[in-house]
Design a protein around this ligand. Sequence first.
Ligand code: HEM
Length: 557
Amino acid sequence: MALIGTLLLLAIGLLAYSRLTRPPFPPGPNPLPIIGNILDITSKELWLTAFKWARTYGPVTHIRIFNQSLVFLNTPKAVFDLLDKRGSIYSDKPHLIMAGELCGCENMAAFTPYGDRARRQRKLMQKAFGPAVIPRYHGLMQMESRPFLSRLVTSPLQFQEHIRRYAGGLTLLVVYGHQVKSNDDPFLTLAEECVDILANRIASGGGIWPVDIFPLLKHLPLWFPGTSFKRNAQIWKAKMEEFVDRPYEFVKSEIKKGTARPSFVSTLLELPKLSSSPFDTSFDSSSTTDDEGSSSDRDSSFSSHDTEVAKDIITDDHDHDIRWTANSMYSASIDTTITTLSHFILAMVQHPHVLQRAQAELDGVLGSRGDGLGSSQSVANRLPTFEDRARLPYCDAVFTETLRWGVPVPLSLPHRLTQPDTYEGMHIPQGSLVFGNIWAIMRDPGLYQDPEVFEPERWLADAIEEEEAGKDRDPRAFVFGFGRRRCPGTHLVESSVWLLITSMLATLDIRKARDEKGVEIEPVVKFENAVFRTPSPFVCDIRPRSEEALRLIMEEE
Ligand code: HEM
């Protein structure tokens, strides 16, 4: 008994000693005993609270929820120092019991623990969406953008649904070679059901469930009161697996029939025939992200030369990786694209002078003429293409400012620290969930003058040269996340969102709606989603700029 008492005292002494000798945690609001800062956090717009902490406590904030440390990195220096430069220990993902284990999302790229599987998945995504490959999708993007515009002018108030349909259609085409022809397309319906389950059920409230805090709850039997989360998880898991398997099996059967369109999945299924190892990068089609998180571009061979599936060569790992990576890209692209384009529409509604300046630039480049109705308004002769981009600096500035002002994922996604770390004299405990506070950076008046104001002019060459800080301030360095988990969809977004924005500007007037007395209605926007800063649907007036614009939108390819 005396021995146990001595050991206990020794253990307490050692713990106290280590607490006294280790550096302090980063500053933050005072935690309560046991529950920590649970009362300080909000389920909606947590980024606003985290922004206040950043103002009060400086570049790094620490809070605690029960035993779990959460760390917010509030400056470019802090995010790059830790998430980029120390990427080898800051790239893991939280182990979420509800989302990952019970609902089966642990194999999705955004949830995969850092290690071999995550590295393989990122290599595959680089093959599909590396910068050298994107031009191959330009035709598909152009093919999908005209129907988007026509749906938009037919029912403008449903603009978020149309963006969802566009992003979903483009991703199904690029990833599985499946062309969506109607709104009740079975793959589209299944995909939308799953994205809805993921965003609004599994990840509601930030994706943290009581079982994530008290893991023992997962062992309770299904009949036990309060275990509806387990029954729901079973249903959701089955749906997610159906969404992973059905489109994948479709591509396999198309390959067998010899009718597969070249796509991410078809190419990766066929490529092993050309190499002895499925991961041999000698056939690497685009660019790879190496272990240090940097990427190198190679010549692309993302095409379909051989239509037979190499069943004997494809390993189970490879099969599993392609299946889940393909699916992850779908889920990751929808809400982010809806959010970004909704912010663009909101910005145009609120800033008519920006819309007019961008339209004038487009008319100048695309060739303009009167609309044949005696109107003085001139209108573009054709829709924009990627060849026009270099001559449209103001439109590019509108796109850049939309990313900065809208901040689609304001706290990025959490990275998990795999070992204790010390940063500028502060102790960051192992297992901390680390958030890049993109919102605080994009609203930092030291980086962006009047950060609340939507002002594309800040991105025009002269303004940037004047400040000599263009590169460090480019929102693209932040809004897509950091280090080895940085968004692999950036190059796709760079093209697909640019094309949609310029096509809308060229053909549509986007204004405030008016009530029956002709008075302008101010759009009212709320942000309900815990992860994405998606504006709630708002009223606005979207219509073709002229008869000529309507003809351009409706004309068949
Ligand atoms: C404007 C649109 C988009 C924005 C703002 C955006 C932003 C982000 C952010 C902030 C992250 C978290 C990065 C981190 O953990 O540090 C992320 C991850 C991810 N994004 Fe995107 N994204 C967009 C579009 C897309 C698209 C179109 C795709 C796919 C085609 C995509 C695929 C992914 C995937 C798979 C991940 C998880 C990566 C990993 O954890 O390794 N995203 N994105």
